[in-house]
Design a protein around this ligand. Structure first.
Ligand code: NAG
Ligand code: NAG
Length: 493
């Protein structure tokens, strides 16, 4: 029993039955890591510098520029390949404790394979990691944030299961070279997003149109690759390096339109999140049963002799289960869900049997898919905690898009409201959230939206060759939050 000497505080009762005072409720727990995030193709530039190989985003932006709304590319982007010292300065000025960045596979292994290692690439990330550590900032490293070496795409890309082995070989090079200093690793960022890069020929790279087939094949390879990497780290590095390995999964909160649509949202969750989380984080392992049953049945109805959903062997189910030390979670927004069928035949959307739409009352951003629904964040965290035995969760992305400008009032509100919901999940609901990196440290190349939608907390002038970075209002508020480790009073109701 805790003594409550400050009697004017308001107390709420937490999941543990303990009372939480309103001061604690807006304060980050001890040891909670705060920082910001980027990804290689979106910020680095130097697309052909010093021996880097070509990746699928180089190919898409050079060969099909019309797929990018402003016909732009990440050839130079923020030029972080040359200006990484500027990025570290921004982090240092904010009081960030952690920087999440990703490694460009083709910068390390230009041909995709581990027979040829590009020393200039190793040197670049060594310099970045060392500078971060010199400034008291922990690196949180993503191994794969969508920039597959073109040579591996030429073999079919993620639908080809051989990539589960090639990924392991790439990861070994990273552990060998950086694992003495990097203690947080993310194997894959948002496999949900890059499985969909194989469902449309106007979509993300590699922009291949094989819905309902290549997306499941991609998921299958990526789950095996993740498990291979995790087990290899356990066997070869963990004892000495003592790092943690996880995967970053994204999901949007699904709000049922009526009480009859609860199952529909449940299926949406299983087809988009459970498909990765269940094999890795659940006690039973394997794909969620609703996914297996529906894809098998609908495949048969469609005349396929073989289900479009590949199968794990029971050895694989055991091998994959439990391959996490923490899970990364990217959260942005919510959708509304209704029972019904939409999407072509075959497609994952059709398999899931849900119609997806947006509530027009949810505030907009610059991105058509991103509405501001902070309460969805707390709900999602609770769902993950309940479904998978409350694993340690690192919020690896969360952010808001606008069209640019330093006075980004809506982004400030997005961050303060989402952080408040996350703190409720931690303090009231008992969800085990261990860190948070805001997306993104700097304005950058927003994939098919080019530079038209801005997610940065620092503005970058892309017309100036020196790519100057300027803090927006949101960077200033996050600086205050990182330094005081609480939500400032003026943002409390
Ligand atoms: C906590 O609640 C008390 C009583 O309503 C109020 O005076 C105080 O300002 C609150 N503190 C915070 C951090 O909200
Ligand atoms: C920023 O924008 C908000 C809302 O649009 C406005 O109230 C505020 O005065 C602006 N601040 C500055 C420094 O321009």
């Amino acid at each position: 029993m805790r003594f409550q000497t400050v009697c004017f505080f308001i107390f709420v009762t937490s999941a543990f039955g303990a009372d939480v005072d309103n001061e604690t409720l807006v304060t980050f727990p001890d040891g909670f890591l705060l920082g910001a995030a980027t990804a290689s193709y979106q910020v680095e530039g130097g697309w052909d510098a010093d021996g880097k190989g070509v990746n699928i985003w180089d190919t898409l932006t050079h060969e099909r520029p019309q797929l990018v709304v402003d016909h732009s590319s990440g050839d130079v982007a923020d030029d972080s390949y040359h200006l990484y010292t500027e990025d570290v300065k921004l982090l240092k000025n904010m009081g960030a404790q952690v920087y999440r960045f990703s490694i460009s596979w083709a910068r390390i292994l230009p041909e995709g394979h581990d027979n040829i290692v590009n020393q200039a690439g190793i040197d670049y990330y060594n310099n970045l990691i060392n500078l971060l550590l010199d400034n008291g900032i922990q690196p949180l490293v993503t191994m794969y944030h969508w920039d597959l070496p073109q040579k591996l795409q030429d073999l079919g890309g993620w639908p080809n299961r051989v990539l589960a082995t090639y990924s392991e070989n790439y990861a070994r090079i990273l552990f060998k070279n950086f694992g003495d200093r990097v203690k947080f690793w993310i194997t894959f960022n948002e496999p949900l997003t890059f499985m969909d890069a194989y469902t449309s020929d106007t979509g993300m790279a590699p922009s291949i149109n094989a819905p309902g087939i290549a997306d499941y094949l991609t998921a299958h390879t990526v789950i095996l690759a993740h498990a291979n990497i995790y087990r290899m780290y356990e066997r070869e590095f963990k004892e000495e390096q003592q790092g943690k390995v996880g995967i970053a999964l994204n999901i949007q909160w699904c709000q049922p339109e009526t009480s009859d649509d609860v199952d529909a949202c449940d299926r949406y969750y299983q087809f988009n999140f459970g498909i990765f989380a269940h094999p890795i984080l659940s006690e039973e392992g394997d794909y969620p049963s609703v996914v297996k049953e529906r894809v098998d049945a609908i495949s048969a109805q469609e005349g396929f002799t073989t289900s479009r959903l590949p199968k794990f062997t029971s050895e694989e189910v055991t091998f994959i289960k439990g391959t996490y030390d923490f899970m990364g979670h990217n959260f942005y927004t919510a959708v509304m869900g209704r029972e019904g069928v939409e999407g072509g035949s075959p497609s994952r959307s059709r398999d899931s049997g849900m119609i997806q739409f947006l509530d027009p009352s949810w505030p907009e951003s610059a991105s058509s898919w991103l509405r501001v629904v902070p309460w969805g964040f707390r709900n999602t965290l609770n769902r993950i905690a309940n479904e998978y035995g409350n694993p340690p969760i690192f919020i690896t992305e969360n952010g808001f898009s606008d069209y640019g400008g330093l006075n980004d009032t809506n982004r400030v509100l997005y961050y303060t409201e989402h952080l408040k919901e996350m703190l409720k999940a931690i303090h009231i609901d008992g969800v085990n959230v261990i860190g948070y990196t805001a997306w993104s440290l700097v304005d950058n190349f927003e994939w098919l939206r080019g530079y038209s939608e801005r997610f940065g907390i620092h503005e970058v002038n892309f017309n100036d060759p020196s790519r100057p970075r300027t803090p927006k209002e949101s960077a200033k508020v996050l600086t205050e939050i990182f330094q005081t480790r609480k939500i400032p009073d003026r943002f409390l109701d």
